[in-house]
Ligand binder design. Structure first.
Ligand code: IPD
Ligand code: CA
Length: 271
């Protein structure tokens, strides 16, 4: 076990490194986006795209981490994968919201989390087109730029503004659309932002009441999950389960529980 002082020093160092990496990648992506940006490759389906900028951003981040923290492990959306020896693992989404980025829409982000022995202890999400960076350290609260971030107080269920997202596979989307169809008459409205990391940070800063999505990967939710929790929201998956690729839910106490129950009944956790 790491003693508390050493752990605090480690958290401070990892936060510093994550903030610097996210700032560098964010500036690179904001200032370097080619006007004729196109699709470099597709992944799980024809609409699941990668651009040259996703790949370059991941390289920029992993090169920086290798220089500053050479003994750490790395897991990145575009294939970065390294076993470390330090017990620290970086979980990286070099562009979360690639489709928004491809179209020149502003809601995309760089998401970087640090896990120690499997637990996320630092999360940073940079949203350059909003001029905002969200960050959290486990047990130390969440911040947007240098202001403390707080989730909203739970509204009545029927007044909740609920964000969600959709996967890239047709069969999954058909079911996701069916879940939304049943949820939309029950709540204030639905939003589909296009960057799961920003959606989770929007819970942290009170710009949305709740968010859920099936099919996220660790790089989509690792940083935003910690930021939402440190801002006072509850996060989880199916009842009793933590956030996972199966299901991610974030909402303030009082709204989280009925939403989780609804999503369980609607089968939001399966295809
Ligand atoms: C996607 C975004 C989107 C979510 C998808 C993710 P990507 O990540 O976070 O909001 O709905 O499930 O895959 O592909 O832009 O990195
Ligand atoms: Ca992503």
């Amino acid at each position: 076990m790491t003693d508390p002082q050493t752990l605090d020093a480690l958290k401070a160092e990892l936060l510093d490194v994550a903030l610097e990496a996210a700032a560098r990648a964010g500036a690179f992506l904001r200032d370097g986006r080619p006007d004729d940006l196109g699709v470099a490759a597709t992944k799980t389906s024809a609409v699941d795209v990668v651009t040259e900028m996703d790949i370059a951003s991941e390289k920029l981040i992993t090169d920086f981490l290798a220089e500053r923290r050479p003994d750490d492990g790395v897991l990145g959306e575009e294939g970065a994968s390294r076993e470390g020896t330090s017990g620290v693992q970086w979980v990286i989404d070099p562009i979360d919201g690639t489709v928004n980025y491809l179209y020149g829409r502003p809601d995309w982000s760089v998401s970087i989390a640090a896990r120690k022995d499997g637990e996320t202890i630092v999360g940073v999400v940079a949203a350059p087109m909003r001029a905002e960076t969200y960050r959290a350290v486990l047990g130390q609260g969440a911040f947007v730029n240098d202001r403390p971030a707080h989730a909203r107080v739970a509204p009545p269920f029927e007044q909740a503004l609920v964000g969600t997202g959709f996967g890239y596979l047709e069969a999954r989307r058909v079911h996701q659309a069916d879940v939304v169809r049943q949820l939309i008459p029950k709540v204030r409205d639905i939003r589909r932002g296009g960057s799961a990391a920003i959606d989770l940070c929007d819970i942290a800063v009170g710009r949305m009441d709740a968010y859920y999505e099936r099919g996220l990967n660790p790089w989509d939710f690792a940083a935003g999950d910690l930021i939402a929790r440190e801002a006072g929201a509850l996060t989880g998956g199916r009842p009793g389960e933590p956030v996972s690729p199966e299901l991610t839910i974030a909402a303030p106490p009082g709204l989280f529980e009925p939403l989780q129950k609804w999503l369980e009944e609607l089968g939001a956790w399966h295809d």
